[in-house]
Design a binder for this molecule. Structure first.
Ligand SMILES: [Zn+2]
Length: 963
């Protein structure tokens, strides 16, 4: 069979079918084997599984296959996530006829129009993608035990019983509390909006803003700010003349804020009664008085004011806020605007920045300084953002208030801020307010704001005891790559109480509050335990009504007596014991692999909930994370068309080439990059490996070529060790590359080196190679395995023995490979393509003795080297000795550790012996007569002649004579 006949789609299907028929990946407890339980965070069924998911998944699949071959009983289950508003959000948008959503579904996901119509039903949508994705994942060929598959939410009553049990345990053990809680809120869904429920604004959390009041008649114009201490530097107030504002009673006081602000205030526990609405231009030109200081300033127009951010009212501190500075400068120059609002140009131009803070770095008017330094020309310059953050950081950490700040003068800014806030709250001149520092848009398309929920059920992540336990679990856990450990420490410490109930989307009802569901991040923290139950729910042995609190208490925690539990659940005591045994056998999870984005939420929750529910021996053992896949250098983005589904990749490149392309693309936290051209090339690579291995299998001879079979055997050992070490450390790219290319290079060298290969030695090497290829290109390796005539499956064959290689034969070969390379260099230099004769003249015995001493003592001092060589010198002219010393000293930098190890071996074996053994190889390689001579036996006068033209022979560096 030739290379071109490797048809991946046929072969991949064939082996996937065999694995399924032979139940290769169906894992049952087996007390005679250690177990290894790997899990992958279930993907959302709101779209097709893409190559980014496949990348993370493939890394785990490699480990699962490798561990099986190392004798572990490996369990790799899979499930699908339906919880939350991700799925319902798409249905909502389709119902509303959202063109963008429909276009993406049609063009990127390839969903037929009539199916999109049915997507108005979220359950249909979830089922549709679950079917499609299961099929795509199966065609990709994962080492998954599919019997345990499930999906989340109350649409799967079995799974819901598990989540309800989990929350009963958390409540019972004191991990749940009730209280007030700010959330990011979608006013349309009337539900809080987690990271995964957002179209944009992932990772944005509510932050404290401050409300600062300005008196305007019997009303208050209320500005919002991050820096209330800067009130001493105010020169004016900005409003957006085109935005809508409202006069309203807020907790009994008359306020003026943007219309958008009213809902936000109402959602932060204030009572609101709107009096009237009007355009912002009505406020322009009015004088207002800062309640806190009594200073009177004008209201001026500014288009940069966003009515949706804060209150739509901003007070201006040009000395310390570069935006304010530029906006004021722009206004002073803008005759048209001044005229439009009947503002007195003289008065406006007389407004000067009021300095109130000083820092060593920027002085007391940082805005002016930075605007000049950064050459900022107008208020639309993006560099203003940078200037703002520079000023903010410097002043917040190192600033001191000036003497114009009343009782707050001469204080560090941080202290002044604290005291000003306290005083404003006390006197009613200002207040606190929560706001999103940048926009968040819900999946339903609505802009979110902060809502303070009263009476909320919260997971007590702020509880120090809980944090301490989580940190303890982290400490004993393996984390890959290791630098991620500190991120986990940070997030465990950082989390505050977490509201976990929602009123919209799919999910499991909170057991004591059935009108609410457990949100999407909170119902997926310990579900890995459910894989042990789900297999029996799927095959009908267990019914959801069997899965009571007593059932889980016994099976997962060992609480209760099986006979008692039998009475309450209807599950026989024997079967309960069996389930308890199975849980005990499989749990904990040995390795969970995920994208790095989940460290901040899901994986931290995973640790928190395990330590809350399970005893120490069931805490997770290892977590591994990886980067984010890019497509041809672009971040994956469906709406921009940068997206490749797993289905498309498998159809185009096949599973093995897709796997290899993904696996070779990155290591550690770096973001992998998918290049379709590389994927096509990898198909060719796999075809060439296929052809190469088949050609090796065709060799029949049985010739011992001296040490070359030893060399091959030890090269294989070395490769096995390297791949094994890399896999154990989750360095999957390193392992893939070594498995694909390493042994191929070795085998090529072996074939080149011997006159006729030894079929047994080749066979042994090829078997090891196929075993090493299997985790990365399982289908290709399995096919070749069967082509070699093996009757049992490669998938079930043990990993090659991991033993240290004998370095001696490897070192001698390295010397030889270098010599061949040098010879080619010389041929190239003299532009010769064919040779009549090649003579290699090795160093005299006394030189060998001297170099042995230099190498063994690792001598690097030139004077000492001169001493050693002089001491050993026999039968050599003074001139020649001088030249040898000069050369040895010149070559000192090349005397590396590796070189010394190689030379030790060469001297031990005898350079003459090595070369004589390799003589036929040299003759084959250079197609000429080859002579190996020692200086000791070379004709004297000929040598004398040579000495003048060439560097003297040195051990390891024979003189090369070409004719
Ligand atoms: Zn919404």
């Amino acid at each position: 069979m030739g290379e071109s006949e490797y048809s991946f789609s046929e072969i991949e299907k064939k082996w996937q079918k065999t694995y399924e028929e032979e139940k290769v990946f169906e894992a049952e407890p087996d007390p005679s084997r250690p177990k290894f339980f790997v899990t992958f965070p279930f993907p959302y069924m709101s779209g097709p599984v893409h190559l980014g998911t496949a990348y993370t998944l493939t890394r785990l699949d490699v480990v699962a296959r490798y561990k099986r071959k190392r004798g572990f009983n490996v369990l790799f289950p899979f499930a699908f996530h339906w919880t939350g508003t991700t799925i319902t959000g798409i249905s909502d948008r389709i119902r509303r006829g959202d063109e963008k959503t429909i276009e993406i579904l049609e063009k990127m996901d390839g969903v037929p129009r009539e199916e999109i119509e049915r997507f108005k039903d979220p359950v249909y949508l979830a089922k549709y993608y679950t079917e499609k994705n299961r099929a795509a994942l199966k065609d990709y060929g994962l080492a998954v035990d599919w019997r345990r598959e499930f999906h989340t939410s109350s649409l799967n009553p079995g799974f819901s019983t598990f989540v309800q049990w989990q929350y009963l345990k958390l409540k019972e053990k004191g991990y749940i509390t009730k209280g007030v809680h700010p959330v990011v809120w979608c006013p349309r869904d009337k539900s809080s909006t987690g990271d995964h429920d957002r179209l944009s604004g992932e990772g944005v959390f509510p932050e404290k803003f401050y409300l600062v009041k300005f008196r305007l008649g019997d009303s208050h114009l209320v500005a919002a700010t991050f820096r209330p201490e800067t009130i001493f530097g105010v020169t004016n107030v900005w409003v957006n003349p085109d935005a809508l504002y409202a006069e309203a009673m807020v907790n009994g006081e008359k306020w003026i804020v943007s219309v958008e602000t009213l809902d936000k205030l109402a959602d932060q526990m204030r009572t609101i009664r709107k009096i009237r609405g009007f355009k912002g231009r009505e406020l322009v030109g009015k004088m207002v008085e800062a309640v806190f200081t009594g200073v009177r300033v004008p209201v001026l127009p500014a288009s940069f004011v966003d009515p949706s951010l804060g209150t739509g009212v901003v007070y201006s501190v040009p000395a310390h806020a570069p935006y304010d500075y530029m906006a004021l400068e722009d206004l002073k120059r803008n005759e048209a605007v001044l005229k439009e609002y009947s503002l007195d140009p003289g008065e406006i131009r007389s407004i000067k920045p009021v300095s109130m803070i000083t820092t060593e770095k920027y002085g007391s008017n940082p805005s002016e300084k930075l605007v000049e330094e950064l050459k900022i020309k107008s208020q639309t310059d993006p560099k203003l953002e940078e200037a703002t953050s520079l000023v903010y950081r410097e002043e917040f950490h190192k600033g001191v208030t000036l003497s114009n700040c009343g009782v707050f003068s001469g204080l560090p800014v941080q202290k002044a801020k604290e005291l000003v806030i306290e005083e404003m709250k006390k006197t009613g001149a200002g207040d606190e307010f929560l706001e999103l520092p940048s926009p968040v848009v819900c999946r339903c398309g609505t802009r979110c704001h902060v809502k303070i929920l009263g009476d909320q059920y919260l997971l007590r992540y702020s509880w120090p005891e809980w944090k301490a336990k989580a940190l303890k679990a982290l400490e004993r856990m393996g984390i890959y790559p290791k630098e991620v450990r500190e991120n986990f420490t940070y997030f465990i410490n950082w989390y505050d109480d977490w509201a976990f109930t929602r009123t919209s989307g799919l999910g499991t009802p909170v057991p004591w509050l059935p009108s609410h569901i457990v949100e999407t991040l909170s119902d997926s923290t310990v579900y890995m335990a459910y894989y042990i139950i789900s297999i029996y729910v799927n095959n009908g042995v267990l019914k959801p009504e069997n899965l009571t609190e007593e059932f889980y208490d016994y099976v997962l925690l060992g609480v209760g007596a099986p006979e008692e539990v039998e009475k309450k659940t209807g599950v026989s005591a024997d079967f309960l014991r069996r389930l308890r045994y199975e849980f005990d056998y499989w749990y904990p999870v040995d390795l969970r692999n995920s994208g790095k984005d989940l460290v901040a939420n899901h994986l931290t929750f995973y640790i928190f909930h395990h330590v809350a529910i399970f005893p120490e021996e069931k805490w997770p053992r290892q977590i591994s994370v990886n980067g984010f896949l890019r497509i041809e250098g672009q971040p994956m983005h469906k709406s921009k068309g940068v997206f490749i589904s797993l289905r498309d990749a498998v159809e185009k490149y096949g599973s093995d080439a897709t796997r290899v392309t993904l696996l070779l693309s990155a290591e550690g936290l770096e973001d992998p990059n998918w290049e379709s051209e590389k994927a096509s090339k990898n198909i060719e690579l796999l075809r060439s490996i296929y052809g190469f291995i088949l050609s090796l299998a065709g060799e029949k001879g049985s010739v011992r070529n001296g040490h070359m079979e030893d060399w091959l055997r030890n090269s294989v050992r070395k490769r096995v060790k390297k791949v094994t070490d890399a896999l154990e450390n989750m360095q999957i790219r390193e392992a893939t590359s070594e498995a694909l290319y390493g042994l191929r290079n070795d085998l090529r060298w072996y074939l080149r080196r011997v006159k006729e290969p030894d079929a047994d030695a080749l066979r042994e090497a090829v078997e090891s190679w196929l075993n090493m290829l299997y985790p990365f290109t399982p289908h290709l390796a399995e096919e070749l395995w069967s082509k070699l005539g093996e009757k049992s499956l490669l998938a079930n064959h043990p990993w090659p023995r991991v033993v240290e290689a004998d370095e001696k034969p490897l070192l001698a070969e390295k010397y030889l490979a270098q010599l061949i390379e040098d010879t080619y260099q010389i041929l190239k230099a003299v532009k010769k393509t064919s040779l009549a004769r090649l003579r290699l003249i090795t160093a005299a015995q006394w030189k060998n003795n001297a170099f042995k001493e230099i190498i063994e003592t690792a001598e690097t001092n030139p004077e000492k080297i001169r001493g050693i060589l002089t001491r050993h010198a026999t039968g050599v002219s003074k001139e020649e000795l001088g030249r040898l010393i000069g050369q040895a000293v010149k070559n000192l930098p090349a005397m590396t550790e590796e070189y010394r190890t190689i030379m030790k071996q060469v001297l031990e074996k005898g350079e003459q012996n090595i070369l004589k053994e390799a003589q036929p190889f040299f003759e084959k390689e250079f197609k000429c007569k080859v002579e190996i001579i020692s200086e000791n036996e070379a004709p004297r006068e000929e040598l004398e002649n040579l000495v003048r033209k060439k560097p003297p022979a040195q051990p390891g560096r024979p003189i090369l004579l070409i004719e």
